[in-house]
Design a binder for this molecule. Structure first.
Ligand SMILES: Cc1ncc(COP(=O)(O)O)c(C=O)c1O
Length: 435
């Protein structure tokens, strides 16, 4: 450990929010991240939800090395071969009629491009998003994000509307308990229809509202979003940043639940740790967008190196049967979490699909009062015990551990993680009882 480097990190870096650690970090391989003291930490966040095939998978390393021999970057008007190969691979995986891709770098950008396209094609500008959603930090993406960080940055893009999120555990309109009957959606749409400027463009949704607390879509919800868009002439945009490429035990949320959006944005999980994202649509919409003069010409659009990494990610998921593995390992992890739930009253609910799981921490199961203190101390304790975990914590939405290890995680690693969670809960409850 180099104390000067740690001091420089404090001294020289702008604090950008979120959880940061006193330690610095040195390397990452598979499910393990190593810090500057050589301590190995189990990574149950897949980096920032990106490293679904494990950190530094040899297939990604090889693709990057090959790009170093061929090309890293080109003039944006030149389409490199790996980019087209990735478009072909995506077409194989995508539900019809989605088949045309634009390759950008971040999740924010993929949503930016999606909303830009929806506005141009519909001629409207209004965007509906869900409560608790997170679509990014750039203009239109941030305006459509309601999980956090809206305050203090000046006026948002005009025309944004929010629907109450379908959280059956904490119904935002205090109507249901445990089974959402979609009243939140009906009420939200009624409000939108009252407020609209008659210029609807898009409804953007994460199929699983992840940063908002791993909120699963109730039965019929995504279909109802589809119908709502069709009825209003708006485009349905699915932001599959976290749900695409196997995490749910399916290729996409769209294929899992059989609802196809007009535009799909994918990011994090496509690059497996390399900045790569795509905005994907149908022939028909692409044609209309092009005819209307669509542009999204950036410095790094269609860059060859990230595309080569993305192709390696998709091929690895196929070769190593990681979609099936997300289902089996996810079920294993879920069983372990449910066993913990039987032991601890503080675990109000375990939810999720595949290897995207949420654990809701409560003061008691009847009142469901969020246990934010327990969320803080257990996450901290997990880290001390060698497990990196993410806590989603908002006063109105509860305290939820988000557990999303790489799809390559072994049962052994899951057992280790579960044992740490058990110990952290026990220690955390003891600590809080003493204070
Ligand atoms: C669902 C979703 N969409 C978009 C984003 C933004 O992606 P990025 O941070 O790569 O811009 C995130 C990031 O957390 C996300 O979770």
């Amino acid at each position: 450990m180099d104390p000067n480097l740690r001091a420089a990190a404090k001294d020289l870096m702008i604090r950008y929010g979120g959880d940061t650690f006193p330690n610095l970090f040195r390397s990452a391989k598979g499910t393990i991240v190593t810090d500057d003291e050589g301590r190995e930490i189990l990574d149950f966040t897949s980096g920032q939800m990106c490293s679904t095939i494990g950190h530094n998978h040899p297939a990604i390393v090889k693709a990057i090395n090959q790009s170093c021999e061929s090309a890293l970057h080109m003039f944006s008007g030149m389409v490199p071969e790996p980019v087209v190969k990735l478009a072909q691979k995506l077409e194989d995986w995508l539900p019809a009629p989605l088949r045309k891709s634009l390759f950008v770098n971040t999740g924010s950008e993929s949503n930016e491009a999606a909303l830009r396209m929806a506005k141009l094609v519909t001629g409207g500008y209004e965007v509906i998003a869900l409560g608790g959603s997170w679509h990014g930090t750039t203009g239109a993406s941030a305006a459509a994000s309601f999980a956090s960080d809206r305050r203090g940055y000046g006026p948002k893009v005009p025309g944004n509307h929010v629907l109450p999120e379908p959280n059956a555990y904490r119904c935002p309109i205090e109507h249901c308990r445990d089974a959402c009957d979609l009243t939140c959606l009906k009420v939200g749409l009624r409000m939108f229809d009252m407020a609209t400027d008659a210029a609807p463009a898009a409804l953007i949704a994460e199929p699983v509202i992840s940063a908002g607390g791993v909120i699963m879509p109730p039965e019929g919800y995504l279909e109802a979003l589809r119908d709502a868009c069709d009825a209003r002439g708006m485009m349905l945009v699915f932001d599959e940043a976290q749900t695409a490429f196997g995490r749910l035990g399916a290729k996409f949320a769209a294929t899992k639940w059989g609802v196809v959006p007009d535009i799909m944005a994918v990011s994090k999980t496509l690059g497996g740790g390399i900045p790569l994202a795509a905005t994907i649509t149908s022939d028909e919409i692409e044609e209309k967008a092009h005819a209307a003069g669509f542009t999204y010409y950036t410095s790094h659009v269609s860059d060859p190196m990230p595309a080569a990494a993305g192709l390696a990610v998709m091929e690895t998921i196929e070769r190593e049967n990681l979609i099936e593995q997300a289902t089996t390992r996810g079920a294993y992890l879920r069983r372990g979490l449910e066993t913990l739930q039987q032991k601890y009253e503080a675990i109000g609910e375990v939810r999720g699909e595949g290897l995207l799981l949420g654990v809701e921490l409560v003061k008691d199961r009847e009142s469901r009062a969020p246990h934010h203190e327990l969320g803080s101390v257990t996450t901290q304790r997990c880290f001390e015990l060698g497990l990196s975990m993410n806590i989603r914590r908002r006063p109105e939405r509860g305290s939820v551990w988000r557990i999303a290890p790489p799809l390559t995680v072994s049962e052994d690693e899951l057992d280790r993680g579960l044992a740490i969670l058990d110990e952290a809960l026990s220690d955390g409850l003891d600590q809080l009882a003493r204070t």
